[in-house]
Design a protein around this ligand. Structure first.
Ligand SMILES: N[C@@H](CCC(=O)N[C@@H](CS)C(=O)NCC(=O)O)C(=O)O
Length: 208
């Protein structure tokens, strides 16, 4: 049985599709249309009680939720794909730092942007503040990276895939080129890598 990936267009499942493409591993894609709140339906909550995508089912049936947990699981199961710098390489710590920063600080802003009504009665100001807070983190990451074209040179890491996808959300496709040109270049490098181009194009435009 192949991997089974629950997800939606332009969502966090795109990161997992990119990782699977980099590994060269097939997955059965099961759509969970967020536009109709299918993630909140009882049927899907039996798979992921959080009602979020992505969810990956391992070939032996184990359920993995949380984008970073899924990515680290794939990295551990497919060492030949070199999805992170190895063991004691300081690059591994750097990759984990950027991934965890994005997952823990930017992703919650995404939820506030997409579903402001969950957080209070002033959706416009909730969304505006979420965008500002996320952009503070994007500026911090931009200042700390020197991609060439990926964070660690010619080979993309999980952190490259993570940052490339999250940088497309919250109206930031238009904001990135001027304010975070290094992140924009990194996203373009992910989008144009031959192994990744088809998976990227299923979700996002080509970053210019
Ligand atoms: N902590 C989760 C967050 C996942 C998440 O928020 N996914 C969004 C789509 S990108 C989602 O499912 N939103 C639907 C909702 O919040 O109802 C992860 O890292 O996978």
């Amino acid at each position: 049985m192949p991997y089974i990936l629950y997800g939606d267009h332009r969502s966090g499942s795109a990161i997992i599709e990119l990782a699977l493409a980099e590994i060269g591993e097939a997955a059965e894609l099961r759509p969970v249309p967020l536009a109709s709140d299918a993630q909140l339906a009882a049927e899907y909550r039996r798979v992921n009680p959080m009602g979020r995508v992505p969810t990956l089912i391992l070939p032996e049936g184990t359920v993995v939720t949380e984008s970073t947990a899924i990515l680290l699981t794939l990295e551990g199961r497919h060492p030949a794909a070199a999805l992170l710098p190895p063991g004691e390489d300081p690059g591994r710590a750097v990759a984990l730092r950027w991934m965890m920063l994005a997952a823990s600080e930017i992703y919650p802003c995404v939820t506030r942007y997409d579903y402001p009504e969950r957080f209070g009665e002033a959706p416009d100001s909730i969304r505006t503040r979420a965008v500002e807070m996320a952009r503070e983190i994007w500026r911090l990451i931009e200042a700390g990276i020197a991609p060439a074209p990926f964070l660690f040179g010619a080979q993309p890491s999980l952190a490259d895939l993570y940052l490339a996808v999250l940088s497309r959300w919250m109206g930031n496709e238009a904001w990135m080129p001027e304010h975070c040109p290094k992140l924009q270049g990194l996203a373009r490098a992910v989008a144009t890598r031959p192994k990744l181009a088809a998976a990227w194009a299923r979700h996002f435009d080509l970053p210019h």
